[in-house]
Design a protein around this ligand. Structure first.
Ligand SMILES: Nc1ncnc2c1ncn2[C@@H]1O[C@H](COP(=O)(O)OP(=O)(O)OP(=O)(O)O)[C@@H](O)[C@H]1O
Ligand SMILES: [Mg+2]
Length: 356
């Protein structure tokens, strides 16, 4: 867990980049910091690994104050991925990945074996091991950057716009691979982006920042989309092209899941701890049930859906972030996840440059 408590950063020239910022990044989750250019995202991130010292406030890593720790030891616990990947140009890929563990005194052979595993993990062929950074594409450099950040197996990761330097198709691929990777490694991650669609896709939790890193809203993607706290946030959501593209994009590949669903006659078999869709005798959705709670309203949509936008509305209307798909006769076909709708929309996302 990473905790920021009333953190302020004033640069020597008087610029107040971050003012009284407090938030918690829970263990094993991705916290996405999102906000317009210049709002203090990078400053916030670099205070966590002490590349920048806060003017006021406290930052705790699993309860330990970062200022009481040796900087070098601290940075070994925190992987850091930056936009341009930040690879050392004169060193080959393998040497780039093994730098930190080598400094920590891990044997060369051991480091290299681990680096080769990491190449696999980030989706790079072994033949890349001997290349120099200049011989890599933007996407490949980012993958090496992620591998390098993971090399010392740190419990924490800070990622500053890690996917912004690549074209949209590569970005989407990297985002999906990153999510799959995080499922396996479960690091405590703070990820910075100015792309709300990316934050919605990757964040378990999102912190929307305004000027001087003032928190405009903090919550899950579902909470933000279903209940934006103020105009700043809805403006932010609305201006994201990825979000707008939902209105035009076909929901062709949206994966449907068979449940959670029960027949009304089998209600007793529903798990009382989670929302389950009830079907009537004709197999049509009749409501949501969790224990003794019931919701009659279901925003079922006919599938294949005309656009991702209607899928989004359906997923937001459900009590659990699940949309409901039916066929032309209104018979249940499956449920779909909010995250999957967003994953398709994120394909077209563009950075947002601030309120206009
Ligand atoms: N060393 C510095 N001295 C003075 N001001 C600085 C310094 N570094 C950053 N700033 C200012 O602090 C504010 C926050 O900068 P920061 O880099 O944290 O923003 P950001 O949210 O990461 O922006 P971007 O999305 O463009 O990367 C900006 O106004 C910036 O000009
Ligand atoms: Mg920045």
């Amino acid at each position: 867990m990473i905790e920021l408590q009333h953190v302020t950063k004033r640069y020597p020239d008087g610029t107040e980049a971050v003012k009284d910022l407090s938030f918690t990044a829970p263990t094993g989750q991705i916290t996405a910091l999102v906000g317009p250019s210049g709002c203090g995202k990078t400053t916030t991130l670099r205070m966590i690994n002490r590349l920048i010292e806060p003017t006021e406030g406290t930052i705790l890593l699993d309860g330990d104050d970062v200022t009481r720790q040796d900087k070098v030891a601290l940075r070994r616990r925190i992987g850091y991925v930056i936009q341009s990947a930040g690879l050392m140009p004169h060193k080959r890929v393998l040497a780039n990945i093994t730098t930190v563990p080598r400094l920590m005194g891990v044997k060369k052979a051991e480091c290299e074996a681990r680096a080769r595993e990491l190449l696999d993990l980030v989706g790079l062929d072994q033949s890349f091991a001997d290349r120099f950074p200049a011989q890599l594409s933007g996407g490949q450099s980012q993958r090496v950057g992620v591998a390098r950040a993971l090399a010392a197996d740190p419990p924490f990761m800070l990622m500053d716009e890690p996917f912004s330097a690549v074209d949209p198709i590569v970005r989407q691929q990297l985002q999906q691979e990153f999510l799959a990777l995080q499922k396996r490694v479960a690091k405590t991650i703070v990820l910075v982006t100015h792309d709300i669609a990316e934050a919605l896709l990757l964040g378990d939790q999102i912190v929307v920042l305004g000027q001087a890193a003032a928190i405009e809203q903090q919550g899950t993607p579902y909470e933000l989309l279903s209940n934006p706290a103020n105009e700043f946030v809805s403006d932010f959501l609305g201006r994201s092209r990825g979000y707008q593209a939902l209105g035009f994009e076909q929901a062709g590949d949206l994966p449907l899941q068979p449940g959670p669903v029960v027949r009304a006659s089998d209600l007793g078999r529903a798990d009382p701890r989670r929302w389950t869709l009830i079907l009537d005798d004709g197999g049509r959705p009749a409501g949501w049930q969790r224990g003794t709670e019931h919701r009659a309203a279901i925003a079922a949509i006919r599938f294949p859906a005309e656009s991702l936008r209607v899928c989004l509305d359906s997923a937001l209307a459900g009590p659990s972030g699940l949309g409901v798909a039916v066929d032309a006769d209104g018979v249940f076909r499956g449920t779909f996840r909010l995250g999957d709708v967003l994953a398709q929309a994120a394909f077209d996302s563009q950075p947002w440059e601030g309120p206009q």
